[in-house]
Design a binder for this molecule. Sequence first.
Ligand SMILES: [Fe+2]
Length: 278
Amino acid sequence: MFKSKSFRFRWINAQCFEFQLNNSKTLLTDPCYSCKESFGKKCPPGFTTQDLEGCDYLFVNHSHGDHVANLQEVYDRFHPTVIAPSPICFELAKEHEFVLTDIYPVDYNQTYYFDGFILETFHGQHHRYDATYQNIAEKFKGKYPGSRDLNALGSIFNMNFILTTDQGFRVAFIGGNDDGMLQRMAGTKKPNIVLRNKMASSAVKEGVAEAFADWVNKADIQLLVPMHYETWLTEDPVFAKKVFSDMNNMLESSHAVARAACIERTKWYTVNITIEED
Ligand SMILES: [Fe+2]
């Protein structure tokens, strides 16, 4: 067998992933793995900022409390470059103590060149959440941390991305709705692996496997790593397991190449390209 490493990564919680690239640079997304609000009960028990291995770059998909709860702690420990959609950057600066030049605003449909990866950015759209600017503080109170303004901005501005490593391996990160990503990922733009939020909010439990399998069939990718289903994992683990085993059965019977890889939270995994003798 011949094997070459693409990158190491782990899913920590919600949309928080830690990546270690081949040039040793590290990237963290949407840091939220512990908080005192009720969302804390869904986080991996005992995980803290001390358990992170590194963070040269920190990416914020959107600024709801369950995506930025541990942002200040990560910044204080690693002083990363904080990459976030332009419209939320000033509010992030006001709510956190960051050296302002460490904030790296990014816009939609752009390409950015970092040490170890190229970042392509795309418009993102949150799953429907019935909150107005007037009542969002009340709705999120006790549930998620964060200010009214940051949580309101999180419902409006979301950003998906495709990361291309130095060796050309492509990883898509999609939170919320598809929002045109199927078209953007078509043809030569296709990623090798997709990290994808559920198709709807955790409250929707009907037709989940079918909808997810349908999206993966249309995307015609190789591997899907589902994310942000910690509500199911903690409140209904039997359902969580069944959704993804049903989904893989559907993919197999429709002769799709893709499979859903349900990785365990906080455990490290390596993505390789291998050539094996049949
Ligand atoms: Fe959110």
